[in-house]
Structure formats: C-alpha cells, structure tokens
Write a protein that binds this ligand. Structure first.
Ligand SMILES: [Zn+2]
Length: 427
C-alpha cells in the first residue's frame, strides 16, 4: 500500500454547489446543505490543481497481444519521434523487443512506448471493451507490455461509479461516491510521478469499467465536477469500502500508513446495519492449511511469520475504540508470537501461492473483512461473528446508500464518513 502523501489545492474562488439531478418536485433530498468552504492559500512550492488533470489507469498487465478497434484509423506515436496512421482493426503484439501489427513489424526502430489515439472518434475498443482517451502501451520486457488508459479525470469517473455501485442505488450515493473517487484518484496522481500509471483498474485502486454509458454515474460526476475532499489544503486519499459492519478502521490501523484525521472513523456506523454484507456466517478452516497460508504470506512479505510452526494459539490482540479488531496474534508451538495488523491477517488467511500448492480459498471460505473473532479448536480454526466487507477505511458504501435513500444530503454523507474534511472545488 503506497504511503499517503500530501497534495495541495489551488486557491478556490468559486463555491461549489451540488445540483440534484432529480426534477425538483420528485426529489426526496434536501437542497445542498452548507456552502463548500474555500480553501486556504496553497504554498508556493506545491503542485497546484488548476485544470482538470489526466489520470493514467493501468488496464492491462504483462500483456503479449492486444486487439484495437474503433474509428477507421488510429494514430500511433512511438518514442522518440515516429508517428504512423494505421487502419483498424489492429492486432498488436510485442516480440524480440519490437512491436508487431498482424504479425508484421510496425516500426523500423525499437521503442518502449506506443501511444494510440483514435482518428475521427473518441473511443477505442481494447480487447472488445470501449475506452475513452488515449491508450499507451509500455514495454515491461522484450515480449510483454502494460496497457494504460490516459483519460481526463471527469471522463474516467463514470466508469468507476459504474463498477463500484449498484445500478439501483440512490443518486445521492452516486454523488458522494463521485467526490470520494475523485479525491482518491487525485491523491494517487500525486503519489506516482515515477511510474507509468497512477491507478489500477481493479479494487487494488478503484474498479474501472472504461467508457460508461450509465446515465446515473455520468450525471453524478457532472453534478460534482471538480469537487474534492481536503484537509488543510491537501486532497485526501478518500478510501472507501463496501460495508464497514458497524465500525471502521483508520489507514494506520488497516494499512500501516499515516492519513489525515478525516480518514479515521469518528463514530460507529449504524447505516449499514442489516445490509447484505453486514454479517457473515462462521467460516471454519483446517489449521494445517491456514499455517501454510500464513507462512507463504510471510515469505512473500519477508515477515517472521514465514517460519511459523504448528499454531498453538490465535486471538485478537488489540481493538480500536469502536471495538473493531486492529491486530491479531498467532502463537506457534515454539512459543513465538506473531503480531499482524488485522487487514494483514485477513490477507494472510486468504493468501494463495500456486508454487506452494496453495490455491485461493473458495469464495464462500474467503474472509471478506478483518472484523471477526477467531478461535482454535483442535485442528480447526473458526472465524466467527464476521462483520462487513472490505477494509473499512473511509466511506461505507452500503451505509452511504442507505443515508442517501433516507434523504441525507450527499455532502452530509461525506461529512459523516470523512469527519473534519473540507469539501471544495479543485478546478
Ligand atoms: Zn457502515
């Protein structure tokens, strides 16, 4: 998990106002509540957000082949200085350090980077999925490349909302999610200048569908254009997850990274009570397999638990002030005590390593969150009283949807889950 860095907002003259997308006489929510606070003056040596930025989303990893369809023709720019216009469809591949289209060499000289832009249209179909913006292929080996979508932030966001929220969810939840996702993306953008991409298109960052025709998602992004969460003039990395199960974690508790105060839970969440993932059934696993998973996790992360022997004890070691476990301890027969952050413990319990004969646990056996009790009985480990889905930092999506459905203004939803954050326009 990358560290949470600090970003800076430009001074903001305009007060942002959320516009409800419902017709006034059909709208169940209150009008936007408090005005959005203008930011303080940004420091002069800070990156300033003055225009809508472009975000670089990695949509393919270690690819060897790719099909591109779209408008009739595509401009392909290869570094350092070659441009060709090629008719579609393309069947691109990389081999021997070069690029090929339909099996024929594309450029006379080698290049590690290709940039593809549609001619006479805005959308490229990459392996049958539509994407707005440009597609950049970056070589990662003589025969493989990453696929990165360079897209304007406001064009990117509907594709996030489409994947992150259910179709039937309330428009207010979409608006709150749009602000959180925009803030998260902007924070990532400043973290990664040294990399070829800013975010992944998976839940490692935030899920992304590519071009989205989802009218609710598009309208929510439009309604909140440029609006972000900040704290002391810095955009906050507004983490969110599916269901907190009644209490969240801070970034320090969940990931071991520092975060500003608005990312720490301020009070229990009653809003996701009784929703789909609020409680989960007891999961029982064989002790021996769990030992292998924990040790494999330790080997991968170079932690002392890589030397775990037979488990003699397993328990919650610490809880936060909302009674949610923050650390678990595993004691082995040699007497060693292995202390793991709750989220690390969850990932370790779900760990797979095909080279060690450990396939991923079946879906029904996966730990969906780190909010549970754990007991060892003989050769079986039971995970009981399971609550929630996801890491539990920041906004609780199921909670946000219920708040919106009950008429809470989207800005107040954000104030609840990111207590103390300012809400303002970045551009
Ligand atoms: Zn919740």
């Amino acid at each position: 998990m990358p560290s949470v860095r600090r970003q800076f907002l430009s001074p903001i003259a305009a007060m942002a106002l959320l516009l409800c997308s419902c017709a006034p006489n059909q709208c169940g929510h209150r009008p936007p509540a408090a005005p959005i606070e203008p930011s303080q003056t940004a420091t002069s040596d800070s990156p300033k957000i003055v225009n809508e930025p472009t975000i670089r989303v990695r949509i393919g990893r270690q690819s060897q082949r790719l099909t591109i369809e779209g408008p009739d023709r595509v401009t392909i720019k290869a570094e350092p200085d070659q441009t060709v216009i090629v008719p579609t469809p393309l069947d691109l591949a990389r081999g021997h350090g070069g690029w090929y289209n339909h099996g024929r060499a594309l450029f006379p000289s080698a290049s590690d980077r290709l940039e593809l832009q549609p001619l006479g249209g805005n959308i490229l179909n990459v392996d049958n999925r539509p994407y707005p913006g440009r597609i950049v292929l970056t070589a990662v080996s003589p025969s493989a490349f990453d696929v990165i979508n360079h897209v304007k932030l406001e064009t990117y966001l509907p594709g996030v909302l489409e994947r992150e929220l259910y179709d039937r969810w309330h428009v207010g939840a979409y608006q709150a999610q749009a602000v959180a996702a925009r803030s998260y993306a902007l924070a990532c953008l400043f973290e990664t200048p040294h990399r070829a991409h800013d975010v992944e298109d998976t839940q490692a960052s935030q899920a992304y569908a590519g071009f989205s025709n989802n009218s609710k998602a598009r309208q929510a992004v439009l309604d909140t254009r440029g609006v972000v969460l900040s704290y002391r003039d810095r955009v906050i990395k507004a983490y969110y997850s599916s269901t907190c199960g009644g209490a969240g974690l801070s970034p320090t508790e969940a990931f071991g990274v520092n975060g500003p105060p608005p990312l720490s839970p301020h009070q229990p969440c009653r809003w996701c009570d009784g929703t789909k993932h609020d409680r989960w059934s007891t999961i029982t696993r064989p002790r021996s397999t769990l030992e292998k998973r924990l040790a494999a996790y330790g080997r991968f992360h170079r932690l002392p638990i890589k030397d775990l022997t037979r488990i003699k004890g397993i328990a919650i070691a610490e809880r936060n002030r909302f009674d949610r476990p923050t650390r678990f301890v595993v004691t082995d027969q040699s007497g060693k005590r292995h202390l793991l952050r709750a989220e690390s413990f969850r990932h370790a319990c779900n760990w797979s390593d095909p080279s060690a004969g450990l396939s991923p646990p079946p879906h029904r056996m996966r730990l969906g969150s780190s909010f549970f009790n754990v007991t060892l009985t003989g050769n079986r480990v039971s995970f009981t009283d399971g609550r929630g889905l996801g890491h539990g930092v920041g906004l609780c999506q199921f909670g946000a949807n219920r708040m919106a459905a009950q008429g809470t203004d989207p800005m107040d939803i954000l104030r609840f889950y990111y207590h103390g954050a300012s809400i303002e326009r970045a551009y």
